[in-house]
Design a protein around this ligand. Structure first.
Ligand SMILES: [Zn+2]
Ligand SMILES: [Zn+2]
Length: 350
């Protein structure tokens, strides 16, 4: 019998299973740009390899490489590393370990073949994607970020930088990475002689962005190696100054890792201090937004009264109405704060 290469059980059942499972798990992310001749064949091979040791997570495979966020049973982390090392282009690739990990980051394994491992909207043939910016480590990042000639740019989206970012960083008001590249280029068009210091969650977006900005004439381009995740690890291990405030948004069930104690965002419903991202409890809405504990209670984990009322209906009523109602978010909706960016302590150099 052919081995099953996909998960077919639905989300709720898997989530329940994960909640009950007490196996300690480690959340790891990694990426590698590499030429993969047949992504579909590689995908099936990779699935078997990782499924054998109970790996969960979301992985994209394409002709240009692999981008992975996974959760591995902690007792299999060494085997996991060995399995990756058996694959030539993944040998000794950097693994980013989660900073704040409850082991509940993923509830299934999904490996998808895509055109690209990051949706950047770029035509890779139009510029040299290998001419990337200089990688910097946490201490070099700190030094550069204090240089008045440096412009720090957050290469993530508005809902990510809303809960946490580097001191003095430009945080563009964008919903996608694709949208961000031309906006940043335009915004800094007269500053191409400055030092451009880029960062993102795990480093992957900056690999392409740094090459793109160099192609567009920026003279000195730097990128934070391993992104915020690796920065936070180095800060902790080496006792360095931490220049990242708030939470690092992550694309898994945890939705964020706390890096500093500062809460820099506000609840989208009452405006009170909160940096807890949640998805609206109404599955027909599923809006991603920030909700404080008291609003979570008041709205029963929904984004609005409308969603709360809908959610309290019997299932058959819901099924009848589903599709006829429009809610705040679609399945992939991202909420925007109606409140001004949080008022930070004026002594902070932001
Ligand atoms: Zn609130
Ligand atoms: Zn909603």
């Amino acid at each position: 019998m052919r081995k099953r290469l996909y998960n077919k059980v639905n989300r709720e059942v898997l989530l329940e299973e994960l909640k009950k499972d007490t196996t300690p798990r480690t959340t790891i992310s990694f990426y590698k740009y590499a030429k993969i001749g047949n992504p579909s064949v590689f995908r099936d091979h990779f699935f078997i390899l990782l499924d054998e040791i109970g790996t969960l997570g979301r992985i994209y495979v394409s002709y240009e490489g692999v981008n992975a966020q996974v959760s591995v049973p902690t007792h299999h982390v060494i085997t996991f590393r060995e399995k990756l090392n058996e694959i030539t282009f993944l040998e000794n690739c950097r693994l980013n370990y989660a900073i704040e990990d409850n082991g509940k980051s993923f509830f299934k394994l999904a490996i998808k073949v895509r055109n690209k491992i990051v949706a950047d909207g770029l035509d890779d043939k139009s510029f040299d994607v290998t001419n990337i910016g200089t990688h910097v480590k946490a201490d070099e990042f700190n030094a550069l970020s204090k240089d008045p000639e440096t412009i720090i740019v957050d290469m993530r989206n508005h809902y990510e930088s809303e809960v946490g970012h580097f001191i003095n960083a430009i945080t563009p008001e964008v919903a996608t990475f694709r949208e961000e590249l031309p906006i940043v280029e335009e915004m800094l068009s007269d500053k191409k002689d400055k030092k451009l210091l880029l960062y993102c969650t795990g480093g992957i977006r900056c690999e392409k962005a740094s090459a793109y900005f160099k192609h567009k004439g920026f003279k000195e381009v730097y990128q934070l190696e391993g992104g915020i995740i690796e920065y936070a690890r180095q800060v902790k291990d080496k006792g360095l100054e931490n220049r990242f405030i708030g939470k690092n948004f992550v694309f898994d069930e945890r939705l964020g890792e706390r890096i500093s104690g500062d809460v820099i965002a506000r609840c989208h419903q009452c405006g009170g201090p909160s940096d807890d991202h949640v998805n609206c409890a109404n599955d027909a809405c599923h809006l991603l937004f920030i909700q404080c504990k008291s609003c979570a209670e008041k709205y029963q984990h929904c984004c609005s009264d409308e969603c709360k009322d809908f959610n309290s209906l019997p299932n058959e009523e819901k099924d009848k109405l589903r599709g006829t109602l429009v809610f705040n978010g679609t399945r992939f909706g991202k909420g925007r704060s109606k409140f001004k960016q949080p008022l930070l302590d004026s002594s902070r150099e932001i």
